[in-house]
Every structure is written in structure tokens, then in C-alpha cells.
Design a protein around this ligand. Structure first.
Ligand SMILES: Cc1ncc(COP(=O)(O)O)c(C=O)c1O
Length: 290
């Protein structure tokens, strides 16, 4: 299926121009975005994604995106896709701009794209040789400046994997290139804190909330508590790993640096709890940030 593309109010034909060559999102990656799963024809956790889009825009100094218009765009794309769209992407850039890093003053560019993408069937991970900079101006922002992630995913692919796990500059466990990381160790599940520089993943947040409600032993690690050494523990069979993302859900990491990893029982339960609740609660209310 061709991607279905909606830009600033209307659907575009395949091959029709979409953005200007001088769009600052295109020239310097000056924009923010969201990727959403579509479950049974419904965009999953749309309110939370729109809230994070607004947060990301605010963090990089863009005006608040028009949530109503984006909802209309999503409805138009889903309608045009007649049930075949399984993944949505919403992109908002600062619009037309000069060639340098300074912004123009044009209106933002808003694009909604729908595709039929398969959910990754497994997660084979490697340790990335690069760090996430938790002190970056865009740490924790879902920004379109994703070339770093593209480079790291290519590295993972060159090693026969599909995801890479990063430390932050302190050597603490941070996140994957497009996922958050959960670790089952010592009879509980822990995940790095937002202070590690990781994205506040929608799936991470829901997994934490729903696990607590299901009385699973889960918590956010204290800053510095979860170091990359926990990955050695996983390889030694003393810990288990899962990644979370809108496209993967809660997914067991089946290998790390080429070593097969056994699934953790608690993480299995977390994944089952997540799937069950996600079926019932397609648009969970927006919580305060943590
Ligand atoms: C860097 C990064 N971390 C974490 C995630 C997971 O976020 P979510 O659960 O909202 O999809 C993503 C998603 O693409 C990501 O790009």
C-alpha cells in the first residue's frame, strides 16, 4: 500500500508535492513527531501522543500544534486507508526557513502519514558504541533530528540485530534507538528514569501504570541505579530484558550482542497485562509527567 499523506488540511495524491525544499524540518531536522499504532482501526493512545507532541513542540520552542486539525488529519488518513492503515506518523516542523539553523517565521508544516507496517516480530539487540546525551538541548524530545538513531540502527543491522541499547554519558542504562528498556532483575522489573535522557515513551508510561494496577513488582530506577552492567547480567542469565514502543508493545529482547536471552517471567506477565489493557483502553487519559 502507498503511504496515505495528509498535509495541512487535505489528502495528497501519491507523488504529489508535500513540503517545500526549504522547509526547516527538511533542511535541518527542526521539528517534532509522533508514531502511533492503529489497533482495530483506532489510533491507540491518541490523547497521550498529542500531549507528548505538544510537550516536544514546547521544548524546542514551536507553537502548540493544533490538536483538532491533527485529529481531523488522522481521521481523513484512516478513512482513505479503509482499514489497512496500521501505523500513523504525525510530523510538525517549524515550516519554511532559511538554509541556516535560525528559523523563519512561517506557519508550521503539519503532515499525517498512514502506512500498513508490520509489527516487528522480535527484538534482537546490540549494545551501541555511542552514548545518549542526557544534557542535550533535545534530550527527551521526540524531534525529527533522528539521524543519530538512523546511524545506530544501521550499526545494529550490520551486526544482524534490529535495535541498539544506549548508555547515557554517565554510563547508565538509557534506552533503545526507538524504544524504552525494562529489566527484570532481583524479582522485580525496573526501567531507567527520565533523568537518564530517555524519551518518556507512551508505552513505557502505560506499562508502568498498568503493571502497578496488576500488582506486578515494577518501578522506575533511581538515577544512577541501573548501569550498563545490568546487560552483562542479562547475558549471564541473571536478568531479562524487554523493550517497549508503540510499534513493538512490550517485547522480550531475544538476543543481545549475538547471545540468546531467555524471556523473563515477570516481563512476560507485563507484556500480557499490557496487551489486555490496550485492547480495552484505546485512549487512556493523559497523566501528569513523571
Ligand atoms: C528514542 C525513543 N525512545 C523510546 C521510544 C518509545 O516511545 P513510544 O512508546 O512512545 O513509542 C521511541 C519511539 O519511537 C523512541 O524513538
Amino acid at each position: 500500500m502507498n503511504p496515505i499523506v495528509w498535509v495541512g488540511g487535505s489528502l495528497r495524491e501519491p507523488g504529489q508535492p508535500v513540503i517545500a525544499a526549504t522547509d526547516h524540518g527538511f533542511t535541518v531536522g527542526d521539528g517534532v513527531f509522533e508514531t502511533l499504532a492503529v489497533r482495530d482501526g483506532v489510533p491507540f493512545a491518541l490523547s497521550r501522543h498529542l500531549a507528548r507532541l505538544a510537550y516536544s513542540a514546547d521544548r524546542i520552542g514551536l507553537p502548540a500544534p493544533d490538536g483538532g486539525a491533527i485529529r481531523e488529519g488522522i481521521a481523513a488518513v484512516l478513512d482513505a486507508g479503509t482499514g489497512s492503515v496500521s501505523r500513523l506518523r504525525v510530523t510538525v516542523t517549524s515550516g519554511d526557513g532559511p538554509m541556516g539553523s535560525a528559523r523563519g517565521d512561517g506557519p508550521p508544516t503539519v503532515v499525517v502519514t498512514g502506512v500498513d507496517a508490520l509489527r516487528p516480530r522480535q527484538c534482537r539487540a546490540v549494545r551501541a558504541p555511542w552514548k545518549r546525551n542526557e544534557r542535550s538541548a533535545i534530550a527527551g524530545v521526540k524531534s525529527t533530528s533522528y539521524a543519530e538513531n538512523a546511524v545506530i540502527v544501521e550499526y545494529a543491522r550490520s551486526k544482524g540485530a534490529d535495535e541498539a541499547i544506549l548508555a547515557n554519558t554517565y554510563g547508565n542504562l538509557c534506552e533503545g534507538t526507538a524504544s524504552n528498556v525494562f529489566v527484570e532483575v532481583g524479582g522485580e522489573i525496573v526501567t531507567p528514569p527520565l533523568a537518564s535522557g530517555c524519551l518518556a515513551g507512551i508505552t513505557r508510561g502505560l506499562a508502568l501504570e498498568w503493571a502497578v494496577r496488576a500488582a506486578l513488582p515494577v518501578r522506575v530506577a533511581a538515577p544512577g541505579e541501573l548501569t550498563m552492567a545490568v546487560l552483562d547480567q542479562a547475558i549471564a542469565g541473571e536478568a531479562h530484558l524487554a523493550v517497549t514502543s508503540s510499534t513493538r508493545g512490550v517485547q522480550h529482547v531475544s538476543s543481545l550482542d549475538g547471545t540468546d536471552l531467555a524471556p523473563g517471567q515477570l516481563l512476560r506477565e507485563l507484556s500480557a497485562v499490557y496487551e489486555l489493557r490496550a485492547e480495552r483502553e484505546t485512549d487512556p487519559p493523559v497523566p501528569s509527567r513523571r
